[in-house]
Ligand binder design. Structure first.
Ligand code: AMP
Ligand code: ZN
Length: 302
């Protein structure tokens, strides 16, 4: 199996399975792309932990909850906020009917109580916390959301808006860590079923600024994040298509999440980048679905 992807191949992928738009990193998904996403979604669902609660979210969430999560300290550069026009009817009418100067309507925008969700699991912690203690044996949530990140690069697979599916575990420290480890192994198995060449490597999040560099080093040293990487753009810089994260007590402390033995809960998540996995499948197996290996099509139910 060739893992070398030529520039022409990348361009073909970009233009035939995704519909570019005027906005960088915002694409329309074609029918064949959605077929593959559907197959992936079903495959991931077949691996859903028994008893997991299913929650699906729209692409926006409460700004107050995201602020409390600590997102602004770590990733302010990636956040997108929902703003809207405020003021009297007369003022708004003047702004939108063009009687005001060019960009004045943009300047009249004010932040609302909503932000664009940057990762699916942020929605889960406050919801579970509000219900009271979780059992030491852990609780698992299956969550999916369209996510937004203010990405500036336009390389294939780095989108501003993309779908993220996650299995999130909240429980005792060893429960959360075991969950994360088990998913690393399961994900390798999934990638193998899908005929995708991959490596699994320690990773760090793109923390903001100079202080962020230290946080990233820390994250790698403590082995808190792993990524399943697939060569899409190049062998040298493979693309992160899934991540396996152990947050220790970060969300537990933030949200007052406790296990029923009174201890602060720890959390972990396994995240699947559905659009990136789909792009990786096309980059690996080609643009003609009919020509994909039978085993891969079977795994995807295609
Ligand atoms: P992360 O929270 O950064 O570990 O993201 C989880 C998964 O979402 C990654 O492994 C990717 O597959 C996917 N993802 C993250 N950022 C992007 C992006 N800019 N475009 C497309 N997919 C992304
Ligand atoms: Zn997560």
């Amino acid at each position: 199996m060739s893992t070398h992807v030529s520039t022409e191949r990348l361009e073909a992928i970009t233009s035939s399975i995704l519909q570019p738009t005027a906005a960088n990193g915002v694409q329309g998904r074609t029918a064949v792309f959605e077929d593959v996403i559907g197959g992936l979604t079903a495959l991931i669902t077949r691996h859903r932990p028994i008893g997991a609660e299913v929650l699906r979210f729209p692409p926006v969430m409460s700004r107050a909850l995201l602020e409390k999560s600590g997102y602004l300290k770590s990733f302010p550069h990636l956040l997108g906020c929902v703003s809207s026009m405020t003021g009297t009817e007369a003022k708004i009418r003047a702004l939108v009917e063009g009687r005001a100067d060019g960009q004045e309507w943009v300047e009249a925008l004010a932040a609302t109580d909503l932000v664009l969700t940057p990762a699916a699991c942020y929605q889960v912690y406050p919801i579970v916390a509000a219900r009271g203690d979780v059992s030491v044996s852990g609780t698992v949530v299956d969550v999916e959301s369209y996510c937004f990140r203010r990405e500036t690069s336009s390389e294939l697979g780095r989108m501003q808006a993309f779908r993220m599916r996650e299995y999130v575990c909240i429980g005792a420290p060893e429960t959360a860590l075991e969950f994360r480890e088990a998913w690393k192994a399961r994900a390798e198995n999934l990638a193998t079923q899908l005929g995708l060449p991959f490596t699994l490597a320690p990773a760090s999040d793109p923390f903001f600024g100079r202080a962020g560099k230290l946080m990233a080093v820390n994250q790698v040293e403590q082995a808190l994040k792993f990524e399943l990487l697939i060569p899409v753009n190049s062998e040298e810089a493979p693309t992160a298509c899934m991540s396996f994260n152990y947050h220790q007590d970060h969300f537990g402390t933030t949200w007052g999440l406790r296990t029923d033995d009174g201890a602060v809960a720890h959390t972990a998540c396994a995240a699947f980048g559905l659009d990136r996995l789909t792009i990786a499948l096309f980059a690996t197996h080609g643009l003609d679905l009919e020509a994909w290996p039978r085993s891969v099509r079977d795994a995807l139910g295609l």
